[in-house]
Design a binder for this molecule. Structure first.
Ligand SMILES: NC(=O)c1ccc[n+]([C@@H]2O[C@H](COP(=O)([O-])OP(=O)(O)OC[C@H]3O[C@@H](n4cnc5c(N)ncnc54)[C@H](O)[C@@H]3O)[C@@H](O)[C@H]2O)c1
Length: 349
């Protein structure tokens, strides 16, 4: 995307993992960047400090909560061209123990933002980070069990947007509900919105924990000599998408917003970038020379045995496909973790 100094983006959840990467990316492209975050996620203060050190006033930070700060949302959407909505409660486990909070942040928070945009004069475009969890456990898809992983039975290579919705877990319900609101506001109120049903995203600035961000968490745990828990038999397969590839997808959508408004895209690493948990454990040893102590836990609710995104629609309409292979992407994450090992040791102490 060419530099465009006159554009302004509001990134909700901008002090989080994807948000921080987005803030850097759009700033480097010459955009004005405002981030709104309530700093509820651990690690966000560190991210914010890094951003402020790097850009000073070049990135504006607003402390706010999408659940309650309607007036702030209203003011912020009047001052931007694009809203990237990332603020969320992100862990399935937390959503099960505190479903109300999960609902209020993910469903009501998104609704508040939609209303702020709908009633604004400026009516900026909205990109929404949804999740492949909206497809539920995918129990009807036949899978075969191999030694280290599950594989699809038959010809299937990936799950497309035509897959029926089947919300499972409060997180699935709240994100899925927001996903549908975002789509419907494009139809009903002629707003410019796009939904991305994202697979597992990984990359620098990811302070993974056991409940969310498992790719970074496994590498961090290996570095720190901490145990990890494998829920189920570890043969679950995920397609991994580097955060840089995801941001390229957001850019592609912004550039085509007039044509694609109201669309939904599955975006993930695709069939070429999959790993099972067991394979990732082995890779940590063979590629990074680290050993990881893994213990077993029960199967988590709605845990898909295999998810691989069919990126065909995004390829066709956004001319986007992942470019960063999973090994190269993991090397980059590992290098970032090594570079920040001291901070990370303090953080996870
Ligand atoms: N990381 C992934 O693998 C992945 C996959 C699919 C979808 N997503 C979605 O992408 C988005 C970003 O995920 P992430 O991995 O960067 O998570 P993250 O936890 O790093 O970022 C979320 C941010 O939202 C902020 N936040 C939470 N509640 C808030 C509230 N009430 N008001 C304002 N800010 C609030 C947090 O402080 C945090 O900075 C989320 O919507 C998530 O559901 C992520």
């Amino acid at each position: 995307m060419a530099k465009s100094p006159s554009k302004h983006i509001l990134v909700t959840g901008g002090a989080g993992f994807i948000g921080m990467n987005a803030a850097i990316r759009f700033r480097e492209l010459g955009w004005g960047v405002t981030i709104l975050d309530n700093l509820s996620r651990r690690g966000t203060e560190l991210n914010l400090r890094t951003l402020q050190k790097r850009y000073g006033d070049g990135v504006t930070f607003v402390r706010g909560d999408v659940r309650t700060d309607q007036k702030t949302l209203g003011e912020l959407v009047e001052a931007c061209d694009v809203v990237l909505h990332l603020a969320a409660q992100v862990a399935v486990t937390t959503s099960v123990t505190n479903p109300r909070e999960d609902f209020e942040i993910n469903a009501l928070g998104t609704f508040n933002l939609l209303e702020a945009i709908r009633t604004s004069r400026r009516r900026p475009s909205l990109l929404y980070a949804s999740t492949n969890k909206v497809y539920g456990g995918l129990e009807h898809i036949g899978v075969r069990e191999e030694e280290k992983r599950y594989v699809f039975q038959g010809e299937l290579t990936g799950v497309s947007e035509r897959e029926p919705l089947d919300f499972h877990s409060p997180y699935g319900c709240s994100k899925g509900s927001a996903d549908q609101y975002v789509r419907d506001y494009a139809r009903l109120y002629d707003m410019k919105t796009v939904v991305f049903r994202q697979s597992c995203i990984y990359g620098p600035q990811q302070f993974g924990v056991e409940d969310q961000g498992w790719v970074a968490w496994f590498l961090i745990a290996a570095m720190l000599g901490r145990p990890v828990t494998i829920y189920g038999n570890g043969k679950q397969v995920r397609d991994l998408l580097s955060v840089d590839d995801l941001l390229a997808c957001y850019e592609a959508a912004i550039a085509r917003m007039d044509r694609i408004s109201g669309s939904i895209y599955n975006v993930g690493g695709g069939a070429a970038n999959t790993l099972s948990l067991l394979e990732f454990l082995a890779l940590i040893q063979t590629r990074f020379g680290l050993s990881l102590n893994a213990r077993r836990g029960g199967v988590r609710p709605g845990d898909q045995p295999i998810f691989v995104s069919d990126n065909g629609k995004a390829l066709q309409e956004l001319e986007w496909a992942p470019r960063i292979g999973v090994h190269a992407g993991l090397d980059r994450l590992h290098a970032w973790l090594r570079e920040h090992e001291q901070d990370i040791r303090v953080f996870y102490d």
